[in-house]
Design a protein around this ligand. Sequence first.
Ligand code: T5A
Length: 206
Amino acid sequence: MTAGRFITLEGGEGAGKTTQSALLADALIALGMQVIRTREPGGAPGAELLRGILLDGSIDWVPRAETLLHFAARAEHLANTILPALRAGKWVVCDRFHDSTLAYQGYGQGAERDLITLLIDRSEVAPDLTIVLDLGEPVASQRIRRRGGGSDRYERLDAAFHARVRQGFREIAAAEPKRCVLVDASANIADVHTAIMTAVRTRLLD
Ligand code: T5A
């Protein structure tokens, strides 16, 4: 059996992570891998509870508290979902992970980045490959409007916040070229999928 691999998809709102994680999981299954698809915040019972608390917007968390809540959700997700799957040799496709905390809470909300990177460094596992879907305005907002379904706490934050988040993701990708591939998410769905599969083949399969 092929050994498990951990792939994360990152990027701002509406960049296409959910769409592309489904296509990627299907493509990996077609190649004969055992795959689980998961997401953050969430992906385990305790983490899903915290997701509700984080996204409903009823509390305007201070950045340090919000950072630690994301890491609390992630600890549950890692212990109950991600690590067991990797140990069983499965491929894990995860919609958001560590980089979202650095980009949203660190770059976006001004939480201490050294605290975030310390907690990332203490993690039990790092992704084998991270796809960073890069999308600017106004396309991101147009896609969120078209998707419908209401907006969460983060989607309601202003344009300057989302510009800082995008810059954060770009800097993360540039700083870690061995792990990260920056993909232009303004292309059509099929072309973005092709770019992702090229990265997966080059980095993990060849
Ligand atoms: N968060 C999360 C933090 O602040 N810190 C953290 O540590 C973590 C883990 C999660 C929120 O939590 C924050 C970040 C987020 O704000 P979420 O609901 O999971 O909330 O939010 P998103 O991950 O942003 O989900 P979205 O649905 O907003 O965006 P996606 O998944 O990137 O986009 P997707 O695939 O749903 O596509 C959106 C629409 O665009 C279309 C799709 O069909 C859909 O209608 N689309 C395209 N259209 C044209 N061309 C393409 N290439 C397209 N790709 C998709």
